[in-house]
Design a protein around this ligand. Sequence first.
Ligand SMILES: *[C@@H]1O[C@H](CO)[C@@H](O)[C@H](O)[C@H]1NC(C)=O
Ligand SMILES: *[C@@H]1O[C@H](CO)[C@@H](O)[C@H](O)[C@H]1NC(C)=O
Length: 225
Amino acid sequence: MALRVAGVAFGMAAFTGTHLLLSHPPVRQDLIAKLGDQKFKGLYSMIALGTLVPTAFFYARFGRGVGPRLYNTTSLIQRLGGFGFKALGAITFSQAVTQPNPIVINANREPGAKITEKDVEAKGIYRISRHATFMSFALLGIGNVLTRGHLSDIIFWGTFPIYWVVGSTMQDERLKLTYPASYFENTSLLPFHAVIKGKQSLKEALAEMSPKSAIIALLAPVFFL
Ligand SMILES: *[C@@H]1O[C@H](CO)[C@@H](O)[C@H](O)[C@H]1NC(C)=O
Ligand SMILES: *[C@@H]1O[C@H](CO)[C@@H](O)[C@H](O)[C@H]1NC(C)=O
């Protein structure tokens, strides 16, 4: 039991720890200088997948609902909240993958190429949070934290919302060196913050979203029942 909880904790620590280490500017710059930009990106993805995928398998097979139960999860509020957050996560994911993300597009540029305001214009879901893909996992994580209650579940699912904030903040710090400052003024990490500040229009965001992908994302789980 304790071993299984430790396994989940170890896996998530390996995933977040290696990710943070490779994003740490001195380490990152040193590796890019040694390996080149492309090889560094390959290594980065390989380590991310190589730690997260086995951890997710371990959790699914051995780690669900183990360790002490920290709270009960039977209340209607928790169940409705859990469903709501998971559904929002699925919708957010469907929009994040169907709308081009300025950060991903610009990651494939020549190093040192000038990034203009036009290159980093946020559309659709990215008007709501500039880190929408991370956010979709964070929402899924919050939904699962609400509806499960064992230590292993909280460690596994709780890492996603924390990592959304920490990892996105670190990525922003790095992008601020090359991106136009107005990108960060016009968008936000926290959902709807830029909309509330009047920098983004919710109407335009909704008009640019894909209702079809949202419906598919909500219906897809039915086929796995
Ligand atoms: C959960 O509910 C059960 C039954 O009502 C109760 O005995 C138990 O102490 C509760 N557990 C927690 C962690 O609140
Ligand atoms: C930010 O908003 C201003 C004013 O609406 C606009 O002129 C500028 O192009 C925007 N910049 C980006 C990167 O979206």
